[in-house]
Ligand binder design. Structure first.
Ligand code: ADP
Ligand code: MG
Length: 701
């Protein structure tokens, strides 16, 4: 790669040290090339002007022509002020609002001059308002040249507050392209470009950032999506070729004492048919000389844990250690408590290691791991620390893998010369064909049957205005001895606001459900692990009636007595997340309920999501709807899907391009696996670049 593209971002004209620092921290943009690969979220049609009487809540940004007729400062709360301007056109009036930078804003506002405002509208008490709009005089606006498709880049609260607007990013992007566009080189072989009628890499980059037309943008997207998926497939398939031929695994040939004793004497319930089948698949796989890499899919509550435990017993029976890694401390603890009960019956030495393990306990764990007396270790990311050395790790189970960050699987991998078998458990239901291409040739087991006797969860959708009735329902359930979850959204871009929502919610719930009759737990990401555990414990022991929480509780938490899940602002959650949350109830013998609370204004997608949740409990069916909903027009959709960390492709929306990319990657590798033919020189260069800094498992994060 040309050196100029590796220049640290602060050296770009218009960036400098302090903006450079922000770009690094907030967006992970370190070098010129990172900014080049920082693609817009979406594009706005700036040829369209709205009238005030056409406004709707929360439509994307709009631009309106009109005049500011007055400006005033309004106090709200203790000494806090905002600046409010009245803006009118020939159809009505609205408000422009600023929470910050008042003096400067006030001085720059031009009263009674025809201006163009641009921003997002919301309505409050029947009046539309736009906060922190971009404003230009109409005369200036008409002079500035704009392409019809104006890119909008992903941003964060901090960036906006620190004055790095979309316009700023646009400007530095222009500067960057001015300096570097001659250096963009082609990455795909000529014959592939011809065959698939792709545009060049250079044209694609230019048009993704500065689209000349919708057609040019579509071609640019296609080219970049194809390329991204193609190189992932190239790596996955290569990895699998190597793995199948060279990576030896520990053959677990014995089914021994632990497994048999447990199966015959200590099973807490009868296994479902699906559980039995999957255990058999795992057993067979671990019995060969090759390393197992298996994905275990099963809806929430389908009973993956016992399958993991019995797989670990097989490792022990063959003289190996096993570990289970969970994404959160709460979950690790819960696994530890549950599995200790089973393990103790078999006299198995099982321990837990998390970020909050004490030094003394750690020392014992390190020692016992190395001398082999510790048989099963449960934990969080802490398991990946360098100090944690197993004597002979035979099986690593990873629960809910989509919560793990980068490089983690490969780290576990490095701990032994012969890698352990790996079992990844996920409740994110991905249609099988998609999973195949996504995980390469990773083997897949599916638990497609719930344990018997579960009453299906009843789901309803209620508007905020029905809250009194919902509260009455909660009181009735509590009177029956049940417990309640109330969950608030937590979305990264506005962590602060979400935190406020949660705290406000907690306050009003505390008022409506006062002590001593009711007691309430609270759980959120800002709490210390010890406090989280304490709250979780209080709730799971039945000492509190209501658990107010953010999505921290989404993954795996198991309190069978909790029978009601209330999801606040449910329209802000994706389908798979809603389904995960709902899975927290319905674990005991009682009838359980899920109540989706939303405002009245819902987009048609949100409506479909609510209807889907109300009409089905089947994770795979929900995944199919999700797949349809997240169809075209969601450029960065993958970020929300939580499955792959992709730059531009969306494995759901782009599944046809994925299949295309996979076919071509596979064909090329069949003919020229080492990529040594001259026409594959560019492929090899990119491939080496990718493998140098990234492990393919990064993609499955
Ligand atoms: P998940 O797949 O979501 O991780 P768990 O393994 O936590 O599900 O199991 C959910 C609950 O169902 C647990 O309380 C577990 O003990 C119980 N369970 C699992 N398998 C069975 C079964 N075959 N029969 C009855 N209960 C079961
Ligand atoms: Mg689980």
């Amino acid at each position: 790669m040309n050196n100029l593209l590796l220049t640290p971002i602060e050296y770009l004209k218009g960036v400098g040290p302090s903006r450079g620092e922000l770009l690094r921290k907030e967006l992970g943009i370190h070098k010129y090339k990172d900014l080049i690969n920082f693609y817009p979220n979406r594009y706005i049609d700036r040829t369209r002007y709205y009238k005030i009487n056409e406004l709707q809540n929360n439509v994307a940004e709009v631009q309106i022509i009109g005049k500011i007729i007055n400006v005033k400062t309004v106090e709200f709360g203790k000494g806090r002020k905002r600046l409010v301007a009245t803006f009118v056109d020939d159809t009505g009036q609205m408000e422009l609002v600023w929470f910050q930078g008042h003096k400067w804003v006030r001085e720059s506002l031009k009263i009674n001059e025809v201006s163009v405002i641009f921003g997002k509208c919301t309505s409050f008490n029947g009046i539309y308002n736009m906060s922190h709009p971009e404003i230009e005089l109409l005369s200036e606006h008409e002079q500035s040249l704009r392409s019809a498709m104006q890119p909008v880049y992903p941003s964060t609260e901090t960036l906006t507050n620190r004055g790095i607007s979309n316009r700023t990013i646009n400007k530095i992007m222009q500067q960057l392209f001015l300096e570097t566009h001659t250096l963009f080189t082609e990455t795909l072989p000529d014959y592939l470009i011809t065959e698939l009628k792709l545009i060049s890499k250079k044209d694609a980059l230019i048009n993704i950032h500065f689209p000349k037309s919708t057609e040019a943008l579509a071609k640019a997207k296609f080219r970049l999506v194809f390329e991204e998926l193609f190189f992932i497939q190239l790596q996955l398939i290569t990895k699998n070729l190597v793995q199948k031929h060279k990576i030896k695994g520990h053959p677990f040939t014995k089914v021994g004492e632990n497994f048999n004793d447990f199966y015959q004497n200590h099973l807490p319930f009868q296994l479902t048919g699906a559980q039995k089948r999957v255990i058999k698949e795992i057993r067979t796989d671990m019995g060969t000389n090759a390393q197992m890499n298996r994905l275990l899919q099963g809806d929430v509550g389908s009973g993956k844990t016992i399958v993991a435990f019995m797989s670990m017993l097989l490792a022990l029976d063959n003289g190996f250690q096993a570990c289970l890694m969970a994404p959160t401390e709460i979950l690790a603890n819960q696994h530890f408590i549950g599995l200790s009960e089973l393990a103790n019956e078999l006299n198995i030495n099982i321990k837990i290691l998390t970020g909050s393990s004490k030094t003394a306990a750690r020392r014992i764990i390190h020692e016992e791991l190395e001398n082999g007396t510790l048989q099963i270790l449960i934990g969080t990311h802490a398991l990946l620390e360098d100090k944690v050395k197993f004597q002979n790790l035979g099986l690593a189970v990873i629960d809910e893998q989509h919560r793990f960050g980068v490089e983690q699987r490969s780290k576990l991998w490095k701990k032994n010369e012969i890698p352990p078998h790996v079992l990844v458990m996920t409740a994110t239901p991905i249609p099988r064909t998609l999973a195949m291409s996504l995980y390469g040739d990773l083997d897949i087991s599916v638990i497609d049957e719930l344990p018997p006797g579960r009453k299906p969860i009843q789901t309803v959708h209620r508007f905020d205005s029905n809250r009194l009735k919902v509260w009455k329902f909660i009181r009735d359930e509590i009177a029956l001895g049940r417990q309640i979850y109330i969950v608030y959204p937590l979305i990264q871009e506005s962590a602060k606001m979400d935190f406020k929502d949660l705290m406000d919610g907690h306050e009003s719930i505390s008022r409506d459900f006062p002590l001593p009759q009711y007691s309430i737990s609270i759980l959120h990401g800002k709490m210390k692990p010890a406090d989280k555990d304490a709250e979780m414990k209080r709730f799971s022991e039945g000492k509190t009636n209501i658990m107010v929480a953010t999505t921290v509780i989404e993954v795996g938490v198991n309190v069978p007595n909790a029978s009601v899940m209330i999801i606040e602002s449910a329209e802000r959650f994706g389908l798979s997340q809603l389904h995960q949350l709902r899975g927290r109830v319905g674990r005991g013998a009682d009838q359980s309920y899920c109540i989706l609370m939303t405002s009245h204004k819902l987009s048609s997608d949100s409506k479909t999501r609510m209807e889907t949740m109300v009409s089905t409990n089947d994770g795979f069916e929900i995944a199919e709807v999700d797949l349809k909903l997240r169809g075209p027009g969601n450029l960065m959709g993958t970020q929300q899907s939580g499955v792959l960390n992709l730059q531009i492709a969306d494995i759901v929306r782009d599944r046809e391009i994925l299949a295309l990319a996979r076919n071509h990657a596979s064909k090329i590798l069949k003919e020229d696996a080492p990529l040594q033919k001259p026409e594959h020189a560019s492929l090899r260069a990119v491939y080496i670049e990718l493998t140098k800094k990234k492990n393919i498992w990064n993609y499955i994060s």
